[in-house]
Design a protein around this ligand. Structure first.
Ligand SMILES: [Fe+2]
Length: 204
């Protein structure tokens, strides 16, 4: 686990997981958080490589992506309304001393918060959130119920099928990739790959 940035603040992956599971009993919401985390962590790793970060700097950078993704919906089970989620959670994170960059990304992943997505982390979280949910839905309709059998072309087809996984906002999926400056197929392939590597943990 990464060392604490100050004496009081929890900041490690184990701390994030503990807080998530304290507030979230739903297995599917825990799985969703892990699926988003798999994708966002992979994006953090790629960005760290692009920036040429190494050693401690790289570890801290990736740790921020991982913990942000794990905690992005941690208040949702207790406070699911747009009046409260993610605002209640972010207040709690601030009280506990979690870093501002994490809190801003969590606020900015809710379109209605009005908080703009500025950093790569802000954009990565938003771009992976709905998409990870959609890829999970794509896996669960396979006879194998396995992410290993999901391919980009099939995902593209299902995105056009409005009756499929209706809870997933297609506009957010498109906007997420556009904000990152990658085409949709690239973003789908990247997240699929990240989730396939963590399939056992995700139950997919
Ligand atoms: Fe989410």
């Amino acid at each position: 686990m990464t060392e604490l940035p100050n004496d009081h603040a929890p900041y490690g992956v184990a701390d994030a997981w503990k807080l998530l599971t304290e507030w979230t009993q739903s297995e599917s919401l825990r799985k969703h958080s892990l699926a988003v985390e798999a994708c966002v962590t992979a994006m953090g790793e790629a960005e760290a490589a692009r920036l040429g970060l190494c050693e401690r700097e790289r570890d801290d950078f990736i740790n921020l992506y991982t913990t942000t993704a794990l905690l992005h919906d941690f208040d949702y089970e207790r406070h699911p309304t747009p009046e409260e989620h993610p605002f209640v959670g972010v207040r709690e994170l601030e009280r506990l001393g979690w870093p501002a960059a994490l809190r801003t990304a969590i606020l900015a992943h809710a379109q209605y918060s009005g908080v703009p997505r500025v950093t790569h982390l802000d954009k990565a979280l938003f771009a992976c959130d709905e998409l990870a949910g959609f890829l999970t839905a794509c896996a669960l309709v396979k006879p194998s119920r396995s992410i290993a059998d999901v391919e980009v072309a099939g995902v593209r087809k299902k995105l056009k099928d409005k009756a499929f996984a209706r809870g997933v906002n297609r506009d957010d999926v498109l906007l997420g990739a556009a904000e990152l400056g990658v085409d949709l197929d690239t973003q789908i392939a990247f997240c699929l790959e990240a989730m396939k590597k963590r399939a056992a943990e995700l139950g997919l």
